[in-house]
Design a binder for this molecule. Structure first.
Ligand SMILES: Cc1cc2nc3c(=O)[nH]c(=O)nc-3n(C[C@H](O)[C@H](O)[C@H](O)COP(=O)(O)O)c2cc1C
Ligand code: SF4
Ligand code: SF4
Length: 215
């Protein structure tokens, strides 16, 4: 079994941690973490979580991808291309390791403070505030009520009322709604007004909607 997910706050998103807690008797478990270049000790944290569940993590890989944390801006196009090329090679390597059911762990190249102290504090204390951080989302006059934001949300956190989205405070902060709104009408406070929206070139809107659909 493989878990492929983003890194949030130097760890896996809470929804993924909750999923891991439900796993049992997995003969070979691997983890692929897409991060924006600051993995910290995410692999070690998942290893520890697995150990508490009597699960063994057999392999774990970090993939550096463009950051989708919109309030911090967007990764320049040329840098994105560089990341995609490197990630393709890494994915081939991951496929080889996993196909052979080998043991493998990417090393942590981050400093002690950024790997241990900061992530621990941030994740333990900060994560509980994430669901309600959708209070900072707002829409501008370009919203045409198309409902795409509702459909791309992986946790059904958006409802369209009177042709406008409303957030339900169960957010995971994946930023899919903001990144995929065709009108670029969703902003996060004032920080995202001028940023270029990020889409992986091989992923279509339909695929995002299908993967988020719970029906
Ligand atoms: C809420 C949030 C927190 C993040 N925290 C980290 C982090 O601690 N370290 C890191 O390298 N990237 C971090 N990122 C960046 C994402 O991990 C990265 O952009 C990843 O490629 C996103 O994958 P996706 O496009 O499949 O959602 C964060 C992104 C979000 C939205
Ligand atoms: S996707 Fe954008 S334009 Fe469509 S309803 Fe949502 S905010 Fe409005
Ligand atoms: S799409 Fe992501 S960021 Fe937007 S409301 Fe849903 S969980 Fe939150």
């Amino acid at each position: 079994m493989g878990i492929v997910c983003p890194i949030y706050m130097y760890n896996v998103p809470l929804i993924v941690a909750d999923f891991i807690k439900k796993l049992k008797n997995i003969p070979y478990l691997f983890l692929v973490l897409a991060g924006g270049g600051e993995p910290g000790n995410a692999i070690k944290s998942v290893k520890k979580l697995c150990a508490t569940q009597d699960l063994k993590l057999n392999a774990a890989f970090n993939l550096t991808m463009p950051s989708n944390y919109a309030p911090y801006g967007s990764t320049p196009q040329d840098k994105q291309q560089e990341m995609f090329s490197k990630s393709e090679k890494k994915i081939e390597f991951i496929a080889d390791v996993v196909t052979a059911s080998e043991k493998y762990f990417d090393e942590n190249n981050t400093s002690f403070f950024r790997s241990n102290i900061y992530p621990g504090i941030l994740y333990k204390l900060g994560y509980k505030f994430i669901p309600k951080m959708d209070k900072s989302f707002n829409i501008d006059e370009n919203c045409n009520g198309c409902g795409i934001c509702e459909k791309v949300c992986p946790v059904d956190n958006i409802s369209i009322l009177d042709q406008k989205p409303e957030w339900d405070h169960q957010c995971q902060q994946c930023f899919a709604c903001l990144q995929w709104c065709p009108q670029e009408a969703i902003q996060y406070g004032q920080k995202t007004i001028d940023i270029t929206r990020y889409h992986h070139p091989n992923v279509t809107l339909n695929e995002i909607m299908q993967s988020s659909s719970r029906k």
